[in-house]
Write a protein that binds this ligand. Structure first.
Ligand code: GLU
Length: 429
């Protein structure tokens, strides 16, 4: 489905901006292909996923009726190792969002140098409208339906938007029953008691915070005098607020799907989380001014973390972004038109597949622990995560400086060249 909207660009004419995430992913790849001078035949393979599976999942609902859900698993490229990537449960899921997310996983695993290709799954559903037992039956049904193409050495799923460690546990259990032995390495992001890794819960945020720390160093920004605004107060957003706050950053605004809150004096992230857990949203938090999600993105602050969904910062609003650093906690929150504006304005962007790679990196650690049966301390997990994120951040930053290109293009250049090298070594070209 082509999603195009007509938007008004600040100070420019009315333009039509492409907002189909897969088309955006293809445009981003093309930029790197041009910089690297990659041949058309190699580009052609990377343009589209290598495998797409669509499934229909009949689920017995609590009222006795059966409802059939549509799900997908997309494997973009496995030249560097088995595919890896989360599963989203979302009412607006489309095959194109899953294809985009699968390709971003290929580049994400590559840019941080972990031995995986990219995959992604999705089910069109609204988990907020399902009971616990309906959600369990849907989760078990999904993994059964895609079982033929997943597995610890083929494709390893994980959590993503609206999927949880409990959902991973049901999927691991269902797959293990099919195999008739325990297969913890099937899936990552599991609860600790059944083979999850210490540190996985906050890993995405932790990885982003390591990147922000390094960005602040190269930009000579004092984090203890900085302010941050965070869009999305889910798993990544709330941990990012806590970790940044621990480093001395003042969290002046946060939001969720229902709206945002602002306080120039800063929030206590733990109290906001407690309020959200009780009330289902951050809105109406005492002593805060209410703002919209759009207002949040345009606030006067040093660090902006879009941590919700795709296409949040577009050609229509990028011109109003005032942050010095944009740290992309979500996948695909900044469009190519917005990139062009950021470049012009000198906003330092930490691209999504670098910024949020902490999650998949600790997923990799979880899988290594499952495959070896030797479990690590939390200290060990974060020490290794810090090393990988810090090195990857500087590799991208240095490439951007050397080649005088935008940070996202630099991340693509590194990631794509490694995938191309793997494909050549394997004799695909
Ligand atoms: N869903 C997360 C992501 O987009 C984590 C994937 C994983 O752990 O495999 O990076």
């Amino acid at each position: 489905m082509d999603i195009k909207i007509t938007i008004e660009k600040i100070g420019l004419d009315i333009v039509t901006e492409e907002l189909n995430p897969f088309k955006i992913a293809q445009m981003q790849l093309e930029t790197a292909v041009k910089i690297l001078g990659i041949e058309p035949e190699v580009h052609d393979l990377m343009k589209e996923p290598m495998r797409i599976l669509q499934v229909r999942i009949p689920v017995k609902m609590d009222d006795g009726m059966t409802r059939t859900f549509t799900g997908f698993r997309v494997q973009h490229n496995d030249a560097r190792g088995p595919c890896k990537g989360g599963i989203r449960f979302h009412p607006d899921e489309t095959i194109d969002t899953v294809k985009a997310l699968a390709s971003w996983m290929t580049w994400k695993c590559s840019v941080v140098g972990i031995p995986y290709g990219g995959g992604k799954g999705g089910v069109i559903c609204n988990p907020k409208e399902l009971s616990e037992s309906e959600l369990e039956r849907l989760s078990r049904g999904y993994i059964r339906a895609v079982a033929q193409i997943v597995g610890p050495l083929k494709d390893i799923p994980a959590p993503d938007v609206y999927t949880t460690p409990q959902i991973m546990a049901w999927m691991m259990d269902e797959y293990s029953k099919m195999c008739q032995y325990n297969v913890p390495g099937l899936i990552t992001g599991k609860p600790i008691a059944i083979g999850g890794s210490l540190g996985r819960g906050s890993a995405t945020a932790q990885g982003a915070v390591y990147c922000i720390r390094e960005a602040a160093k190269v930009l000579k920004i004092d984090l203890t005098k900085s302010t941050a605004a965070i869009q999305g107060y889910g798993n990544a957003g709330n941990h990012a607020a806590r970790l940044l706050n621990e480093m001395g950053v003042k969290i002046i605004a946060v939001s969720d799907s229902r709206g945002g809150i602002y306080n120039a004096d800063g929030f206590d992230p733990a109290k906001v989380l407690e309020f959200k857990s009780k009330n289902g949203s951050v809105i109406n938090y005492p002593g805060a001014m209410s703002i919209s999600n759009q207002d949040l993105l345009e606030l006067e602050c040093d660090i902006l973390l879009p941590g919700a969904l795709e296409n949040q910062i577009t050609g229509a609003n990028a011109g109003n972004v005032k942050a010095k650093i944009v740290a992309e906690l979500a996948n695909g929150p900044v469009t190519p038109d917005a990139d062009a504006i950021f470049m012009k304005k000198g906003i330092y962007d930490i691209p999504d597949f670098l910024c949020n790679a902490g999650g998949v990196t600790v997923s990799y650690f979880e899988w290594v622990q499952n495959q070896t049966g030797l479990y690590w301390t939390e200290e060990e997990v974060f020490r290794r995560l810090d090393e990988i994120m810090t090195n990857s951040f500087h590799a991208v930053h240095n490439t951007a400086e050397e080649k005088k290109i935008y940070t996202r293009s630099a991340a693509y250049v590194l990631a794509v060249s490694r995938v191309v090298e793997a494909m050549r070594l394997r004799g695909w070209f």
